[in-house]
Design a protein around this ligand. Structure first.
Ligand code: S3P
Length: 172
């Protein structure tokens, strides 16, 4: 079994995923990191040089490449749900958790970090609201569990996920 973390940029998928993986002693995989490792180009530069469509191809390929892993925590980029095939590839072998945050929480987490090319706009807060409105239904539809993150620290969120995973392992 695996745990797949989905949700908007800045929801803490990587931070929470690392805590869960350390606690359960499962491996941690971050698809954005794998893309950077494979291409040796930063995410921002991939968008700048080759565009979003090319990034999405890389993302889908990486997800196919990892589809056979087991006992892993997999953190997906916030846009991975745009191609539902990505989630279907991973869903059969794991539980999918949607880290659900409000635009206020997300903007507070992201601050002035410039690593998110889709938020290089004149009003990142509005961009977050617009993109989140479009994506929220996809996150809900493609997850087994929604975990509210507003007002919680990463440890608390991680332990909610750990408890669900332990329960699921016991029922196996
Ligand atoms: C994206 C989210 C990013 C990264 C890329 C595109 C998105 O990952 O994959 O910038 O479309 O939401 P994080 O969610 O880990 O920031």
């Amino acid at each position: 079994m695996n745990a797949v973390l989905i949700g908007f940029m800045g929801c803490g998928k990587t931070t929470v995923g690392r805590i869960v993986s350390q606690y359960l002693k499962w491996n941690f995989i971050d698809t954005d990191d794998l893309i950077v490792e494979k291409t040796k180009i930063s995410i921002s530069d991939i968008f700048k040089r080759y565009g979003e469509a090319y990034f999405r191809q890389l993302e889908s390929q990486i997800i196919k490449d990892i589809s056979d892993v087991d006992r892993c925590i997999i953190s997906l980029g916030g846009g991975a749900v745009l191609n539902e095939q990505n989630i279907n590839t991973l869903k059969g072998k794991g539980l999918v958790f949607y880290l659900k945050g409000s635009p206020e929480t997300i903007i507070a987490h992201i601050g002035d970090n410039k690593d998110r090319p889709l938020l290089h706009t004149s009003n990142p807060y509005n961009t977050i609201k617009e993109l989140l409105n479009k994506r929220h239904p996809l996150y809900v539809k493609n997850s087994h569990y929604s975990i509210d993150i507003d007002g919680k620290d990463p440890e608390t969120i991680a332990h909610e996920i750990i408890n669900i995973l332990k329960g699921a392992e016991r029922r196996k």
